[in-house]
Ligand binder design. Sequence first.
Ligand SMILES: CC(C)(COP(=O)(O)OP(=O)(O)OC[C@H]1O[C@@H](n2cnc3c(N)ncnc32)[C@H](O)[C@@H]1OP(=O)(O)O)[C@@H](O)C(=O)NCCC(=O)NCCS
Length: 210
Amino acid sequence: MPAPPQKVSTEVSVGLGDCIHDILSRLRIEEMQTRGHRLDKGDVLIIREAVPDDAPRVMAFAEATSRESDFISFGPGEFGYTETHERAFIRECELSPGSLFILGEIDDALVSVLTFSAGERPRHRHAGEFGVSVRRPAWGRGIGGLMIDTLIGWAQNGGNITKINLRVRTDHERAIALYRKKGFAIEGAITRAVRIKGEYFDQYWMGRDI
Ligand SMILES: CC(C)(COP(=O)(O)OP(=O)(O)OC[C@H]1O[C@@H](n2cnc3c(N)ncnc32)[C@H](O)[C@@H]1OP(=O)(O)O)[C@@H](O)C(=O)NCCC(=O)NCCS
């Protein structure tokens, strides 16, 4: 999963309209949660918003995924956040109309995490970046796609977010194919964006209008 973006303050001035849109779009996520998403083998994926008590599970998930893929922004032991920090970050996401932190679960097992954060200042509040991860044994079952659909639905129903961005390694064909399928297009590239054991990797910026 992605490293949580740094947030400087929770004290952001937000209009009443923003709050109402946010409450409505979060209610929509709750509605999806009760329905669930039917996968193969009879499994049902429940997508719900994270709460602070999820912090230990999210940290365990981060450590596990860091051992399953080199395509995320940290390696084993590099997540770098304490439980206190993770709890505070989840709480900030709950309170901020420009942030979303959702979990995908099958039979209560955490299989996917997606985080999105918009900018905090008025000129950047309409746009944000997300990251998504799925536990390796659950790849290829449509879970990443359903998490992204939930993010897009939240943004479309909230009315405040009009642009979603992401960064992805240029050699991550699987993820790029998934993002394209969900309406994202490559908008630019950054060279030497990632360095792993002395080897550099480039990244694309991809984006989708809402
Ligand atoms: C990238 C990731 C989120 C995808 O999640 P997922 O649940 O496997 O995704 P889905 O099953 O919804 O969709 C997979 C899509 O990838 C594409 N795909 C699968 N295998 C592929 C391959 N070998 N080459 C190219 N594309 C491939 C297809 O478009 C497929 O969709 P489709 O089969 O329905 O047409 C997941 O692999 C993951 O968490 N990887 C590790 C962390 C990570 O890389 N995160 C993203 C960082 S940018």
